[in-house]
Structures are given as structure tokens and as C-alpha cells.
Design a protein around this ligand. Structure first.
Ligand code: HEC
Ligand code: HEC
Ligand code: HEC
Ligand code: HEC
Ligand code: HEC
Ligand code: HEC
Ligand code: HEC
Length: 375
């Protein structure tokens, strides 16, 4: 990643509007990969854990979460697409591959703005959005890559009908927004409450979920059992785990107290799951980790989840005798209609407008044809 040793170089472009755009060919110091290569191996990288925790380290690096943020050099989508183009009204967009970089170029026919992309967010199961720096500030690209289209379209939440080239290029990300953006998509993203461009590790890695492990590794190696202890995430209750994953996937409280969003809230699984009759704060069979191993990529076949449903919904199963809901419910019942592929009928998928993707509704229920989306 060090093949661009030249110093930062700014080229000014004059515009009719009178504001200035800088063609910021950032130097190596701004590139996360370069900074990483120079620092000692971090305990945040799965390879440090691999010698002892083989199972997790073998599969976790291939998950979407581990790639939730990628450097441009490593980004598969940008590598595979040498040239991406899009048009939004008067503005034309191009993303061009140039060695290990991808250059984002926007023009209104008179003026052109050009900037190297800084980071790619989202592995692209639905889409991938680009963050770049300009004049020391962070921006989100006006256009994103969508898997279903194999091309560009407008980023969700971008400024619609931009008034000038500056707005057409991207939306500036201020304070909390940029900090949270990196904190959810990367590891060790913040230092003293600021985005730590040089120290951050792309993607959701071991330490983002398990907490700092440097001490743990040292202590295990020196046989200090007491100091070696890590938090046991396996002993989280169902509710605690919903809140734990909800740190990024959003908690029930965050959504319940916010504005009603209609179908847009389908992507907030902790909220949707808590609303379903199956949910019991103390029954581990309905924890996020009961159905998803956070160290493995999500299972796509709905049949893979049957055994999870049947853990409660078979004639032999009983409910954990905890919580008024379970007491009142008695036996959770078996299905009069199907014996397999439970999720395909009881966890329907909904498309959120603009995402070109269908999300799985975790509000498990009997779905009546034509019913409105239960918000
Ligand atoms: C030299 C071997 C070694 C290395 C390297 C190592 N661990 Fe461990 N880890 C252990 C041992 C042994 C235990 C069991 C300790 C115990 O029983 O409390 C453990 C326990 C854990 C636990 C608690 C598991 C539970 O029961 O819930 C977590 C989490 C964990 N390690 C995470 C990590 C992470 C993350 C890394 C890499 C940053 C890492 N470990 C590196 C040896 C290691
Ligand atoms: C640090 C933030 C963070 C935490 C904590 C987190 N996730 Fe994620 N998760 C993400 C992001 C970001 C994505 C989107 C990855 C992508 O496609 O780019 C994601 C994606 C996923 C996916 C979908 C993968 C796919 O194939 O699309 C599953 C399943 C998932 N997370 C489950 C969990 C579970 C279960 C937990 C709790 C044990 C959890 N996550 C905790 C940030 C997080
Ligand atoms: C509160 C945590 C959080 C914040 C803040 C956040 N994200 Fe995410 N993001 C997620 C999670 C979790 C997912 C996966 C589930 C989903 O699609 O909703 C995701 C999914 C995505 C996806 C789609 C990934 C895919 O594989 O299809 C993109 C693109 C994305 N985020 C970009 C961004 C950008 C850019 C920002 C900041 C401007 C941002 N996100 C802020 C948690 C967050
Ligand atoms: C998205 C969050 C997340 C990430 C990333 C993650 N883990 Fe975990 N890990 C968990 C959760 C949640 C559990 C508890 C799972 C359960 O209860 O089934 C867990 C459990 C474990 C355990 C205990 C397993 C057992 O059988 O008791 C170890 C060891 C572990 N993780 C190591 C790692 C290592 C090493 C990495 C990186 C390669 C990693 N984890 C990445 C969330 C995560
Ligand atoms: C009873 C089983 C079950 C539980 C519990 C569960 N999920 Fe899922 N989840 C599924 C199924 C089924 C899918 C769809 C998989 C597929 O076919 O793509 C899914 C998909 C996902 C996805 C991928 C995005 C999507 O919309 O398809 C994410 C992210 C996710 N779950 C997060 C969570 C989180 C966070 C929790 C805990 C609050 C959780 N899940 C609890 C069954 C479950
Ligand atoms: C922790 C145990 C548990 C798990 C796991 C579980 N359920 Fe349930 N489910 C329940 C309970 C309890 C009820 C409420 C029964 C009642 O009210 O009579 C329920 C209710 C239902 C209902 C009826 C809801 C309604 O709207 O009337 C359906 C359908 C259902 N579950 C399907 C599923 C499917 C499909 C899965 C797997 C994806 C699943 N459940 C996983 C415990 C569970
Ligand atoms: C082809 C679609 C389909 C499949 C597959 C399916 N179901 Fe159902 N299920 C339904 C419908 C429709 C109802 C409502 C039936 C009624 O009320 O007459 C229902 C009802 C239920 C109920 C509520 C029963 C009650 O007593 O009120 C539960 C629980 C349930 N299903 C669980 C499951 C489980 C577990 C599986 C997988 C083993 C499954 N379903 C597979 C369509 C399906």
C-alpha cells in the first residue's frame, strides 16, 4: 500500500458559483491501509486469535460484518468494476479504478469535481456507499453501488434534487454521524471520541464485539488465569443479546421511541423480533445467536432455521417457565399448514424503497395475504 509516497497535493478548481473545490490527491498518511501496514500487528486482527480460537478465526474473516468497511485497495466491488457511471439530472457520475485507488468524478458539464474514495461501507449484500475526505471533512457519496443493479443509484438519504455541484457530489457528515458511521462499520474506529483514521481496523472484528483482548492474550501466554478472563458473551440473556447486537442493528428502545418509520424499520431486527409473540426476554432459544452464529455468514436457506423454530414449536417442547407471556401462552402450538421452511411463510421479506433489497421481517407471525405492514 506504500506505492504512493508523494506528499499531499491540492489542486484548486474554480467554479462559477464562487465556491472552491479541491482535487485532493491525499498522501499515503490519509490511507488507512498504509497506516496499518506501518504499525505493529494489532490484537484486533483475527489472526492474533487464530492460534487458540481456530473455529471462530477460520470463518469470521469471510463474514459480511468483517467487511462492513473496506479500504479502497481491498474493496472487491471497486476492483471488479473498473468504471461505474450514473446520471442524475444535470450531473454525471463516474467511479474509475486507478491502480489501488478508485476516483470519484462528478460533473455538471462545466465544472468537474474529482476526489479519491476513502472507504467503502457495506459489503454490498444490498449496497455499498463511499466515504471520502475533502478539505479535512468527511462526506458520503451521492451515489452508491447496488448489487441487484450491478451498478450505481442514489444513496439512501442523500440530498435529492441537488441545487449545485457541491450538493450533487455528496452529503457532508458532521460530528456524531461520522463517528457512529465508523464505529458501527469498523473496529477501534474512535480515539478520544474522534475518528481515528490511522488506527482504525476495517470491518467488525473480534475486539469490536469482545472488547480489548491485548491483556487477555498476554495473560494467557504467561499463564495468569485471572487476568486472562474475557467477558462471556455466551451467557448474555436474550434481552441482553438483543441490546448487544442492537448497538449496531439498533435496539428495541431506540426504534420504539423514535418516529414511526413504516416498512423502513424492517431492517432493525431487535425491534421487530421483540414485537413477535415468540419473543421471551429470558428464553435463549429466541436469542439472536440461537439463529445466527456471529462468526459465520448468515445462512440463506430458510430450511436451516426450521430446527430453531421447532425447538419451541413441536409437540414435545415446553416453554421456559419464565415471564407472564410464556405462562399465559402455555404451549406455543404447532403449525396446521406447514412442516418445513417455516421462515419462508412466517418471516416474510419486504423491500425498503430505494435499497433494491428485501429484508427479512423478524416479527415472526401468521401473515394474512394483503395485510398492511405492521409498523
Ligand atoms: C494463547 C492462546 C489465546 C489467544 C492468542 C487468544 N485467546 Fe482467548 N482464550 C484463551 C483461553 C485458554 C481461554 C479460556 C479462558 C477461560 O476459561 O476463562 C480464552 C477465552 C476467550 C474468551 C471467552 C470465551 C467464553 O467462554 O465466552 C473470549 C471471548 C476470547 N478468549 C477472545 C479472544 C480474542 C478476541 C482473541 C484475539 C484478540 C483471543 N481470545 C486470543 C486463549 C487464547
Ligand atoms: C459493531 C457493530 C455491529 C455489531 C455489534 C453487530 N453487527 Fe451485525 N452487522 C453490522 C454491520 C455494519 C452489518 C452489515 C455488513 C455488510 O453487509 O456490510 C452487519 C450484518 C449482519 C448480518 C447480515 C450478514 C449478511 O449476510 O448480510 C447478520 C446476520 C448480523 N449482522 C448479525 C449480528 C448479530 C447476531 C449480532 C450480535 C451477536 C451482531 N450482528 C452484532 C454491524 C454489527
Ligand atoms: C448504528 C450503527 C450504524 C451506523 C451509524 C451506520 N450503519 Fe451502516 N449498517 C449498519 C448495520 C447493522 C447494517 C446491516 C443491516 C442493515 O442493512 O440495516 C448496515 C448496512 C449498511 C449498508 C448496506 C450493507 C450491505 O451489505 O448491503 C451500507 C451501504 C451502509 N450501512 C453504509 C453506512 C454509512 C455510509 C454510514 C455512515 C454515514 C452508516 N452505514 C452508518 C449499522 C450502522
Ligand atoms: C459480531 C460480534 C462478534 C464478532 C465480530 C466476534 N464474536 Fe466471538 N462471540 C460473539 C457472541 C455473541 C458470542 C456468544 C455466542 C453464543 O452464545 O452462541 C461469541 C462467542 C465467542 C467465543 C466463545 C465460544 C464458545 O463456544 O464458548 C469465542 C472464543 C469467540 N467468540 C472468539 C471470537 C474471535 C476469535 C473472533 C474473531 C475472529 C470473534 N469471536 C468475533 C460475538 C462476536
Ligand atoms: C428464530 C430465528 C431468528 C432469530 C432469533 C433471529 N434471526 Fe435474524 N434471520 C433469521 C432468518 C430466517 C433470516 C433470513 C436468512 C435468509 O434467508 O437470508 C435472518 C436474517 C437476518 C439478517 C440479514 C438481513 C436480512 O434482513 O435478511 C440480519 C442482519 C439478522 N437476521 C439479524 C438478527 C439479529 C440482530 C437478531 C437478534 C435481535 C436476529 N437476527 C434474530 C432468523 C432469525
Ligand atoms: C423461544 C421459543 C420460540 C421460538 C424459538 C419460536 N417461537 Fe414462535 N411462538 C412462541 C410462543 C411462546 C408463541 C405464542 C403462542 C401463543 O400465543 O399461543 C409463538 C407464536 C408463534 C406464531 C403465532 C403468532 C401469531 O401471530 O399468532 C407463529 C406463526 C410462530 N410462533 C412461528 C414461529 C417460527 C416460524 C419460528 C422460527 C423462525 C418460531 N416461531 C420460533 C415461541 C417460540
Ligand atoms: C406455506 C406456509 C407455511 C409454512 C411453510 C409454515 N406455516 Fe405455520 N402457519 C401458516 C398459516 C397460513 C398459519 C395460520 C393457520 C390458521 O390460522 O388457520 C400458520 C400457523 C402457525 C402457527 C400458529 C398456530 C396456532 O396455534 O395458532 C404456528 C405456531 C406456526 N404456524 C408455526 C410454523 C412452524 C414452526 C413452521 C415450520 C415447521 C411453519 N409454521 C410452517 C403458514 C405456514
Amino acid at each position: 500500500m506504500n506505492e504512493r509516497p508523494e506528499k499531499p497535493r491540492d489542486t484548486m478548481i474554480r467554479t462559477t458559483a464562487g465556491w472552491r473545490l479541491w482535487l485532493a490527491f491525499c498522501g499515503a498518511a490519509l490511507w488507512p491501509g498504509a497506516a496499518r501496514a506501518a504499525s505493529p500487528p494489532s490484537s484486533s486482527t483475527p489472526s492474533v486469535c487464530a492460534s487458540c480460537h481456530r473455529a471462530q478465526a477460520a470463518t469470521q474473516p469471510a463474514t459480511s460484518m468483517a467487511h462492513a468497511l473496506e479500504t479502497v485497495a481491498e474493496c472487491e466491488i471497486l476492483r471488479a468494476h473498473q468504471k461505474l457511471t450514473f446520471r442524475d439530472g444535470a450531473y454525471s457520475y463516474e467511479i474509475l479504478r486507478d491502480g489501488n485507488r478508485s476516483i470519484y468524478k462528478v460533473t455538471d458539464g462545466k465544472e468537474t469535481f474529482t476526489v479519491p474514495i476513502g472507504w467503502a461501507l457495506g459489503l454490498g449484500t444490498a449496497g455499498q456507499t463511499y466515504v471520502y475526505r475533502w478539505n479535512g471533512n468527511f462526506y458520503e457519496s451521492h451515489v452508491s453501488f447496488f448489487k441487484q443493479l450491478q451498478g450505481l443509484d442514489l444513496t439512501i438519504g442523500t440530498i435529492l434534487n441537488p441545487k449545485n455541484l457541491e450538493e450533487a457530489v455528496g452529503r457532508q457528515l458532521f460530528g456524531t454521524e461520522i463517528r457512529r458511521c465508523f464505529a458501527c462499520h469498523a473496529t477501534r474506529a474512535l480515539r478520544q471520541d474522534q475518528v481515528d483514521i490511522e488506527g482504525l481496523i476495517p470491518g467488525v472484528q473480534c475486539e469490536r464485539c469482545h472488547g480489548p483482548a491485548e491483556q487477555h492474550v498476554k495473560a494467557v501466554q504467561s499463564g495468569d488465569v485471572k487476568a486472562a478472563a474475557m467477558r462471556k458473551l455466551g451467557s448474555l440473556t436474550t434481552e441482553e443479546m438483543s441490546d448487544f447486537c442492537g448497538d449496531c442493528h439498533r435496539t428495541w428502545a431506540e426504534i420504539a421511541m423514535g418516529p414511526q418509520r413504516g416498512v423502513e424499520n424492517v431492517r432493525f431486527q431487535p425491534y421487530r423480533l421483540t414485537n413477535s409473540k415468540c419473543y421471551n426476554a429470558l428464553d435463549a432459544r429466541i436469542r439472536c445467536a440461537a439463529c445466527h452464529d456471529p462468526h459465520r455468514e448468515v445462512q440463506l436457506e430458510s430450511a436451516a432455521y426450521d430446527v430453531k423454530c421447532l425447538a419451541c414449536h413441536s409437540s414435545g417442547s415446553t416453554l421456559a417457565a419464565s415471564g407472564a407471556k410464556a405462562q399465559a401462552a402455555g404451549h406455543p402450538g404447532t403449525c396446521p399448514v406447514g412442516t418445513k421452511d417455516c421462515a419462508s411463510c412466517h418471516m416474510p421479506r419486504y423491500e425498503i424503497p430505494g435499497t433494491h433489497n428485501r429484508f427479512t421481517d423478524h416479527w415472526i407471525r401468521v401473515v394474512t395475504p394483503g395485510e398492511p405492514y405492521p409498523g
